[in-house]
Ligand binder design. Structure first.
Ligand SMILES: *[C@@H]1O[C@H](CO)[C@@H](O)[C@H](O)[C@H]1NC(C)=O
Ligand SMILES: *[C@@H]1O[C@H](CO)[C@@H](O)[C@H](O)[C@H]1NC(C)=O
Ligand SMILES: *[C@@H]1O[C@H](CO)[C@@H](O)[C@H](O)[C@H]1NC(C)=O
Ligand SMILES: *[C@@H]1O[C@H](CO)[C@@H](O)[C@H](O)[C@H]1NC(C)=O
Ligand SMILES: CC(=O)N[C@H]1CO[C@H](CO)[C@@H](O)[C@@H]1O
Length: 792
């Protein structure tokens, strides 16, 4: 461009100069030279062209003047040849102007002559096309239609004509081509044409090479890189990796567990590619159960699952991009059953109590249910061992609990039956239910006494209504079947008036003695007691009760001989010639009590002359202790005490008078008369008479026997007068058992022995018995023994 301007200014200047200096009229001469021709190149022969001679040329001072005062041409004055002074650059001289012509004049002096000439500079292809930028960026929407045209920046070539840019070409690609467009000014512009639809998602950018080609020979090229950026259009909906997700999740999964993770892809970019997830028309139940993370697509539990409530879920999920497109998928969630339900047991009916002894009975009916499924739902039902019950499966899930056989309430009145239900899941869950079955009573047991018989002991003289003992019976039944009433059963002994003796408390079996018992009258008795329960029908049993009356020392010894209630004491005669140890008399006493209470001992309390008499403690014999002398007083009075061994002891005293006589011829001292009441003596008399009679009879028998024995004995031991002491050895210690008949028999034995021993007379032999009887009789103070005994 600069070149062009200067050139035009020079032209204007030259025109003015030529108009001013010389007149026009000569046809200018034309010369041509290609640019870049080396200097010194011959252009033209001026001599020939101007018609001048060599001499004239030099003489007239010919010179070449260029319009722009550039010495590009040189004239050889010697030869007249016009030579190129320097290398010409067309682009510098003319720029884009075509043709490129430079004007010059040949000046001759003397006369001044001007020849006009022009030099045309031809173009050669010495420049390559050149793009203004090495790289161009073109942005194209991916939605552009096929055939769309995009203008590109054109390249420039300094050369002109065919050497300038003729065509553009594009590196090989599938989507674009370039077309060259001519504009009015002859320049060519490239335009990019879309051959095929673009897909940013497939190829977001193209890098192509645009080549500009000029028409030179050889042609020159210039290139530029074209970066085509495909702009996104929201032409892709989010797309899920799977249309259906199938998920299994255990029902025991905790809240927050990941159920599934869905993911959708959107091939678009930017907001068009931003995917967010949401439930698609979820039910209320689903919204409460699941939670969807809009960004990550994670579906999590927000509530625990329950297989038994819902075993599967179908969830639709929508994915939306920022451009409003969406895609859908489904999640099919299968809840996996976990054995989380214990078997349930429902008792439909229960019969309790059940009467004992009843045959197989249905006790309970119950139903079993497990809300799990499959193996978790199957159950096994059992009861504990060792009880007489069985389980019987019934229709459906019902079971019957039956008794195996009749029950015995007395053996066991209550059963706690534990029903164990286990399912077959893993782990096994078991439920236990306890049914309490009561066995009701039937009166099948009679009362049973605690002892087969009872023996009671009662001290005599008891206070009336004394509790003497308790009998007891038990009844293993219960309630009124075990309520026992005691009663006295009628006795078969007509002598025994039981109802006046004994009463029984019907409720507790306490026995009472109704009145004071007397051992001396009634030593023992027995009776039957019945126990009856209150069942229906009632059962009863009976037992024998023996009552022994125990003796107490309630009787003082009674002196049989000598009788003590005569007005004057009884008098014994004692011969003064009696040997020491002479038996003066024998005190006979009885005690109605028994045992220790009847063991009597005798004791000399007081004597007129101590030392003369002694009393044998155990048999009551009063004997002389020494020889009598004349100095001894004729009359002695003895006081004896008879004492039993009871606790406390009871005693009686005996007063005795002994009269010393020189022989039995001496008259008796008058005995004091005793006045007695005949009626009172009647009974005792009878008793003593009976005793005496019995004694005499047996005595007679014994005496005959003994008499024979003694005779034999004496014959063997000629001079021996030793007594018969055998009977004494029978008595323990100093005590004499005088109870019952023993007393009399002992004393009689003694008398028999004495008679045999002393040989005195038959009267002595009989004396104690007779005196006894006489004293009982006691009516006359003066009597003879013989008539009395004869009277008997
Ligand atoms: C330029 O090229 C065209 C065709 O390519 C040809 O016809 C024409 O003669 C050429 N011009 C020159 C000056 O070479
Ligand atoms: C320009 O180039 C294209 C291909 O590059 C070709 O098809 C076309 O014929 C050329 N045009 C000219 C005028 O040479
Ligand atoms: C049965 O169970 C009850 C309540 O636990 C208890 O009181 C009773 O003693 C039990 N009976 C038996 C026979 O185990
Ligand atoms: C003496 O006493 C006894 C018994 O106490 C009696 O049986 C008898 O009649 C009495 N005799 C006289 C004479 O009182
Ligand atoms: C008019 C003009 O500029 N003339 C000049 C041309 O060039 C010669 C030599 O270079 C100068 O001396 C002239 O003055």
């Amino acid at each position: 461009m600069k070149i062009g301007k200067e050139h035009r200014q020079r032209q204007v200047l030259l025109i003015f100069l030529l108009l001013g200096v010389a007149g026009a009229g000569w046809e200018p001469r034309h010369y041509f030279v290609l640019e870049e021709t080396p200097s010194g190149t011959f252009l033209a022969d001026l001599l020939k062209d101007l018609g001048l001679g060599v001499a004239e040329l030099a003489a007239r001072g010919a010179q070449v003047v260029s319009e722009d005062n550039e010495s590009r041409l040189q004239l050889d004055l010697q030869t007249g040849k016009l030579i190129l002074n320097e290398k010409l650059d067309r682009e510098e001289l003319c720029g884009h102007a075509e043709p490129c012509v430079t004007h010059f004049q040949v000046l001759l002096k003397n006369p001044l002559e001007i020849f006009r000439a022009e030099l045309r500079v031809g173009d050669i292809n010495d420049h390559s096309p050149e793009f203004p930028e090495r790289e161009m960026t073109v942005k194209i929407l991916e939605s552009s239609s096929v055939g769309s045209v995009f203008l590109l920046k054109s390249a420039q070539d300094l050369d002109v004509g065919n050497n300038s840019i003729q065509n553009y070409s594009l590196s090989t690609n599938s989507h674009f081509h370039v077309s060259t467009r001519n504009r009015g000014d002859g320049r060519k512009y490239p335009k990019l044409v879309l051959d095929q639809e673009l897909d940013r998602e497939e190829q977001a950018e193209f890098r192509l090479t645009l080549t500009a080609l000029d028409g030179g020979s050889p042609p020159r090229t210039g290139t530029s890189q074209i970066r085509i950026i495909v702009l996104d259009v929201n032409d892709n909906a989010p797309e899920f990796a799977q249309a259906l997700y199938q998920v299994q999740i255990p029902e025991s999964s905790p809240v927050g567990s990941l159920v599934a993770k869905v993911s959708a892809k959107d091939l678009d970019t930017g907001t068009n590619g931003e995917v967010s997830y949401s439930f698609f028309h979820p039910s209320q139940e689903m919204s409460k159960t699941f939670e969807l993370n809009a960004l990550s697509g994670e579906v999590r539990l927000i509530k625990t699952l329950d297989f038994e409530t819902a075993s599967s879920y179908e969830i639709d999920i929508e994915a939306s991009d920022g451009g409003g497109l969406s895609g859908k998928c489904s999640i099919s969630i299968q809840v996996v059953d976990i054995n989380d339900n214990y078997p349930e047991l429902t008792v439909s009916s229960l019969t309790s109590p059940i009467p004992e002894n009843s045959p197989e009975t249905e006790v309970a009916l119950f139903r079993i249910r497990d809300r799990d499924s499959g193996e978790n739902e199957k159950t096994v039902c059992s009861i504990q061992d060792g009880i007489p019950f069985v389980l019987e499966p019934s229709v459906g899930n019902f079971y019957r609990l039956m008794t195996e056989s009749g029950l015995d309430r007395e053996n066991r009145a209550e059963y706690n039956i534990t029903i164990t239900v286990a399912d077959l899941g893993t782990p096994r869950l078991t439920t236990q239910h306890t049914i309490t079955v009561q066995v009701s009573d039937v009166n099948d047991n009679a009362p049973a006494f605690t002892q087969s018989s009872y023996t009671l002991f009662v001290q005599e003289n008891n206070s009336p209504a004394l509790h003497i003992g308790t009998i007891g019976a038990t009844d293993s039944d219960s309630g009124s079947n075990a309520h026992i009433i005691y009663s006295l059963l009628p006795t078969h002994d007509p002598q025994l008036d039981l109802s006046s003796l004994i009463s029984i408390n019907a409720n507790n079996g306490q026995l009472f003695a109704l009145r004071a018992l007397d051992y001396e009258t009634l030593q023992n008795f027995e009776f039957l007691v019945g126990a009856t329960d209150q069942g229906s029908p009632a059962l009863s049993s009976q037992t024998l009760v023996r009552v022994h009356v125990l003796d107490t020392n309630d009787n003082a010894p009674f002196v049989l001989y000598p009788l003590q209630n005569a007005s004057a004491p009884y008098t014994e005669l004692l011969p003064r010639a009696a040997e020491p140890g002479y038996l003066v008399t024998k005190v006979v006493a009885v005690d109605p009590d028994s045992g220790q209470n009847a063991w009597l001992s005798f004791q000399l309390l007081k004597a007129t002359e101590p030392g003369l008499f002694s009393v044998w403690a155990h048999n009551g014999e009063v004997r002389t202790s020494r020889l009598l002398s004349e100095r001894d007083a004729p009359k002695h009075r003895l006081l004896l005490l008879v004492k039993d061994n009871g606790d406390p002891p009871r005693s009686a005293s005996v007063t005795l008078q002994v009269l010393l006589v020189d022989g039995f011829s001496q008259p008796y001292l008058p005995l004091p008369e005793v006045v007695r009441d005949p009626a009172q003596d009647e009974d005792e008399l009878t008793l003593y008479l009976v005793i005496a009679l019995a004694s005499v009879s047996s005595l007679f028998l014994l005496s005959v026997l003994l008499f024979v024995g003694v005779r034999l004995c004496r014959r063997a031991r000629a001079s021996s007068l030793g007594g018969c002491s055998a009977p004494e050895g029978h008595f323990p210690g100093h005590l004499v058992d005088v109870s019952g008949t023993g007393t009399l028999s002992q004393s009689l034995q003694y008398e028999v022995c004495l008679t045999g021993d002393s040989q005195s007379n038959e009267f002595r032999f009989m004396k104690p018995v007779f005196t006894n009887i006489q004293n009982s009789d006691g009516q006359s103070a003066d009597y003879s023994p013989f008539p009395s005994i004869l009277g008997l």
